[in-house]
Design a protein around this ligand. Structure first.
Ligand code: NDP
Length: 481
């Protein structure tokens, strides 16, 4: 391969590339199965060292004026934009996602987060509270060292989404990418240093779950922000409880996309495609339970099947490809297991199926029922389950009948119905007449088992800072004796 994916070293600690002392971590290009780089996991001592270094660097970083911290992030965003082509290519090799996507969605979204929080830095203020002669004020202070742990589907975007609000509020961060996509976070670390971030403020450690566990248990860590599955979320939450650490959990979902009879058919089909097949379906907020009102059901399925034929599956580096491979053979096997289980349970395939090797084509099920695994479990692949419904109350009840609560979407031309239904859906991130748009200006996150806290928007600031209240006595002090 002509493009060098091998980084200088596996870890980034205190502004330096450092080789990991643990087991080898091969980085595999999902399209060819080729090993494109070999990294090494951090040892437990190296994780502790990264956290110590971060704690030592944090105080000076927090002492800078917010506008100075913001400037570093703005510079980093500019560098990302200049190098978007090269960074996107690396992201494609790391994840297998088509270049057509990574060029516009991954680092671009990361750059927007750095810009948004870089610009927001200087606007964060406290409150002045009059108390008669006395008064009080509040200060929004950093938490200290934040641990960031990422999933493999949007590795660089996740690193930026976590780093930007954390750093701008004066925290330091130790970030652990997913073991299968370790390359982007190292680039972010280099770019932040080039943008002027002091050494030690953003560090990267690599490794499998046990490295994540060492990080979440480190006594220097004040906050953990995880993007991952519900089972990992549970473990991270438990580890955080031990040290009474703050947490943000961005976990999985099985989100409903509800299409009423009066919906614009073409838009609803487009949204369902985006909500299920982008990134080969490996997106947490996907609307994988598509509820179709009986009148629109058949026209929707016919048009969907027709449009899915235009898919271009293949080499992710080919600019015309719009459907890439699944991240790992293991994940492909899990997805195929769900497709088999759907068929065995009596659901009918409209299109797609098991596919071959690393590729699973866009797959649509009809005649599914709410109790089937394909309608209940997060598949994290290109599998859409359509379910039919008649009444508004019925679909709200069925849409909410899940432990997850990450996202939801409604398609209808009836303005009042759209807002009424959205108001009743148990989900943290919702869309009306569109799906899966996550601009940095809008809070993103889940309810129920899908998580805690919010990323993006000014709301994220609250999750990377704490309030200090200061009472100012202006007169004498009285005591009872
Ligand atoms: P995992 O939960 O398997 O892993 C997430 C991260 O946690 C990885 O870096 C993993 O390391 C690490 N980890 C594993 N065990 C522990 C532990 N005990 N302590 C600390 N860290 C640990 O998720 P996937 O990477 O498979 O990603 C897919 C999941 O992520 C899906 O459920 C998806 O919905 C969710 N997701 C949620 C998003 C959201 O914003 N709500 C966005 C994207 C994905 P390693 O990989 O090395 O095992």
């Amino acid at each position: 391969m002509s493009f060098a994916a091998q980084p200088t070293a596996s870890l980034f600690i205190n502004g330096q590339h450092v080789e990991g002392q643990g087991d080898a971590l091969p980085v595999i290009y999902p399209y060819t199965g080729e090993t494109i780089a070999t990294l090494y996991e951090a040892s437990t001592d190296q994780v502790a060292e990264a956290c110590r270094v971060a704690a030592a660097a944090q105080a000076d970083w927090a002492a800078l004026a917010p506008v100075e911290r913001g400037r570093v992030l703005l510079r980093a965003a500019a560098i990302i934009r200049e190098r978007n082509d090269e960074l996107s290519r690396l992201e494609t090799l790391d994840t297998g996602k088509p270049l057509q996507e990574t060029l516009v969605a991954d680092w671009e979204s990361g750059a927007q987060a750095l810009e948004f929080f870089g610009g927001l830095a200087a606007t964060v203020t406290g409150q002045m509270i009059p108390l008669g002669q006395d008064w009080a004020y509040t200060r929004r202070e950093p938490l200290g060292v934040c641990a960031g742990i990422g999933a493999w589907n949007y590795p660089s975007q996740i690193a930026c989404w976590k780093a930007a609000p954390a750093l701008v509020m004066g925290n330091a961060m130790v970030f652990k990418p997913s073991e299968v996509t370790p390359l982007g976070a190292l680039k972010l670390a280099e770019i932040l240093i080039e943008a002027g971030l002091p050494a030690g403020v953003f560090n990267v450690v690599q490794g499998r779950g046990q490295v994540g566990a060492a990080l979440t248990g480190d006594s220097n860590v004040a906050k953990i922000s995880l993007t991952g599955s519900v089972p990992t979320g549970r473990r991270v939450y438990a580890a955080a409880a031990e040290g009474i650490r703050h947490v943000t959990l961005e976990l999985g979902g099985k989100s409903p996309l509800i299409v009423f009879d009066d919906a614009n058919l073409e838009d609803a089909v487009s949204a369902a495609i985006n909500a299920n097949f982008y990134s080969s379906g490996q997106i947490c907020s996907n609307g994988t339970r598509v509820f179709l009102q009986e009148g629109i059901r058949q026209p929707f399925l016919d048009r969907l099947a027709e449009r899915v034929r235009n898919i271009r599956m293949g080499d992710p580096l080919d600019p015309d490809t719009n459907h890439g491979p699944i991240i790992t053979p293991r994940q492909a096997e899990i997805i195929r297991g769900f497709i088999e289980s759907g068929q065995a349970a009596g659901a009918q395939l409209v299109c797609g199926g098991a596919g071959e090797g690393a590729f699973i084509p866009p797959t649509v099920f009809t005649d599914a029922t709410d109790d089937m695994d394909i309608a209940r479990d997060e598949i994290f692949g290109p599998v859409m389950t359509t379910l039919s419904f008649f009444e508004e109350d019925e679909v709200i009840r069925r849409a909410n009948d899940t432990g997850f609560g990450l996202a939801a979407g409604v398609f209808t031309q009836d303005l009042t119905r759209a807002h009424r239904v959205i108001g009743k859906l148990q989900a943290g991130t919702c869309w009306i007449n569109t799906y899966n748009l996550t601009p940095v200006e809008m809070p993103f996150g889940g309810v129920k088992m899908s998580g805690l806290g919010r990323e993006n928007s000014a709301a994220a600031i609250e999750h990377y800072s704490q309030l200090k209240s200061v009472y100012v006595g202006m007169g004498g002090v009285e005591a009872p004796y």
